[in-house]
Design a protein around this ligand. Structure first.
Ligand code: NAI
Ligand code: HPV
Length: 528
């Protein structure tokens, strides 16, 4: 099997070596595709690697029939329609750490250029003017830098600003007083920050909540002569409001690496002498590009070959050590889900997945998603995967609950799945037996010991002498050979179940002879 990977933005050639070196992966670099061309070609690719330039829209994702993973060689994923990716079961991964340093250094370069009018002075000198009056700047020492968004880059910028002897005040919903103290900065609300700062730099992602968070109302609260830096995302600052604030003299200068619409070659802000700008260069260093391409290449290879990603954006991320612990249960969790789709009657309303024993020590979300995948796949088809399983369940109004319990019922670990419909509640539980692999150990209230694999027949019957023989004969008449059989009963002579593993796929009508037997109350074909 060969996976096809399309790289549609320029990535570091050294950085994509893990992809080029991987067996069974074919890399195709095409960095000049229009949106229409990309939509037309994407259908044959298993993975797409981008930076910020390629817009991975719903339209493109909907035409990407084989796409399994979108890799963002960088941080911001606002150019990728994450909801569409999740709905279509495409995992999105990014490379969150590789460009932090470069983006922080670029921000500081912009801060210093802004304070000392370096780009304007350079431009004037290039035009053969020796003008020492127009470009008088201000010192950074003693000034206050307001940092909005104290994540990876915001913190690095704050540390560097302290090196310039600046005072720093930061705001981030996750910034605690303790952490601010440790970093040696002040902290406050976003309002506190914008009121006291001489320079304001934003380092949040572009989200619904951060779109235009620096708007007219915010500018009105700022100090006169404030200077603004945006090396995060166009759109965090309302560009029209910024234009007016500069024109009104409220804002003395702005340094912009990013714009709401990129490329931004014909932007009115660029006509203002107070504005300096770069064409989205924050991550454009040899080092950052190599780092992010390496990280995202590794994740793409890992996901295509092992189904595991280290930096997922549209799935909760699970540390590698935990993934290694729960991975052996992946197969069992899906099979338990699939088993129940055969035996439950009616529309599924609720799924309860319970973990006991050593499993309770781990983050088990991936196993729950896998169980839900097993439950939905039979009716919704192969496009159901662990990325979209929870979304698809939610869309159908199915409640999914995860429980952890200390009752191990004698097993080192136990994974129990309960499915509720309007008319019934069905349960199946499984475990991993040391050296023997996965086993179904309980169906409803019956204890069994069944390998969850292959062609099966599930029978409800009355426990009485001769039933097993009659079942064997009826199947023999249809040339169905029994490989294994498990019987469970509540009481002697009461209700009982039989799970038969047979050698080949059984057609439902081949079981009519069984159904005709008086002692038999139900017969279901199960394919695991
Ligand atoms: N110009 C460029 O080339 C680059 C731009 N970026 C941009 O920088 C952004 C930040 O990157 P990182 O620091 O790596 O991300 P990060 O995730 O480490 O930090 C973002 C921080 O913003 C905070 N935040 C979210 N909403 C907020 C709000 N309403 N107010 C204040 N803070 C809020 C978050 O809590 C988080 O701590 C990225 O999302 C990306 O858009 C990143 C790399 C290069
Ligand atoms: O990593 C980010 O969020 C960036 O903005 C960098 O963008 P780029 O990969 O240089 O197009």
């Amino acid at each position: 099997m060969t996976y096809k990977v399309l790289i549609s933005d320029p990535l570091s050639e050294d950085g994509i070596q893990p992809l080029r070196a991987a067996e069974g992966i074919e890399v195709d670099v095409q960095t000049d595709l229009s949106a229409d061309e990309l939509a037309e070609k994407i259908g044959s690719y298993d993975a797409l690697l981008v930076r910020s330039q390629t817009k991975v829209t719903r339209d493109i994702i909907s035409q990407a029939k084989n796409l399994k993973i979108i890799g963002r060689a960088g941080v911001g994923v606002d150019n990728i329609d994450l909801s569409a990716a999740t709905e279509y079961g495409v995992i999105v991964v990014n490379a969150p750490d590789g460009n932090t340093n470069s983006a922080a250094e670029h921000t500081v370069a912009m801060l210093m250029s802004l304070a000392r009018n370096i780009p304007q002075a350079f431009l004037s000198l290039k035009n053969k003017k020796w003008d020492r009056k127009t470009h008088v700047g201000v010192e950074l020492k003693g000034k206050t830098l307001g940092v909005i968004g104290m994540g990876r880059i915001g913190v690095e910028v704050a540390m560097r600003a302290k090196g310039q002897r600046m005072k720093v005040i930061g705001y981030d919903p996750f910034l605690t007083k303790d952490r601010a103290e440790k970093l040696g900065i002040d902290y406050g609300t976003v309002e506190d920050v914008i009121k006291v700062a001489d320079f304001i730099t934003v380092h949040t992602p572009l989200l619904k909540e951060t779109k235009h968070m620096i708007n007219k109302a915010a500018f009105d609260k700022m100090k006169d002569g404030v200077q603004i830096i945006n090396c995060a995302r166009g759109g965090i600052i309302d560009e029209d409001a910024l234009y007016d604030a500069i024109k009104d003299g409220k804002v003395a200068g702005a340094a912009l690496d990013v714009f709401e619409e990129e490329p931004a070659t014909d932007h009115c802000l660029l006509d203002l002498p107070e504005v300096i700008a770069t064409p989205h260069l924050g991550a454009s260093t040899v080092e950052a590009q190599e780092n992010v391409a390496i990280d995202v290449s590794h994740d793409v290879v890992r996901y295509l070959t092992e189904g595991v990603a280290r930096n997922p954006v549209n799935l909760p991320s699970v540390p590698k050590e935990i993934l290694n612990k729960i991975e052996p249960y992946f197969n069992l969790s899906e099979k338990l889900g699939t088993f129940l789709t055969h035996v439950c009657e009616g529309v599924i309303e609720e799924i309860n997945v319970s973990y006991s024993g050593e499993l309770t020590e781990f983050e088990v979300g991936p196993l729950t998603r896998n169980t839900v995948k097993g439950l939905l796949k039979r009716h919704l088809g192969d496009h159901v995967n662990d990325v979209n399983a929870s979304y698809l369940a939610e869309k159908r109004g199915i409640e999914v609950n995860e429980h952890k319990s200390s009752q191990t019922k004698g097993f080192t670990n136990l994974l129990k799945v309960e499915v509720k419909t309007k008319s019934s509640t069905r349960t199946v539980a499984g475990t991993l037996l040391n050296g023997l692999g996965p086993r179904i150990v309980q169906v409803d209230n019956y204890s069994v010991d069944v390998i969850p694999d292959g062609h099966m027949i599930f029978v409800n019957h009355t426990d009485q002498p001769g039933v097993i023989g009659k079942v064997g004969s009826s199947l023999a008449e249809k040339n169905i050979n029994i490989a294994a059989m498990q019987v469970g009963r509540s009481d002697v002579g009461g209700e009982a179940i039989m799970i038969l593993t047979v050698d080949k796929h059984v057609e439902d009508e081949d079981l009519n002879l069984l159904r005709d037997l008086e002692e038999i109350h139900g017969v279901t074909v199960i394919e695991l």
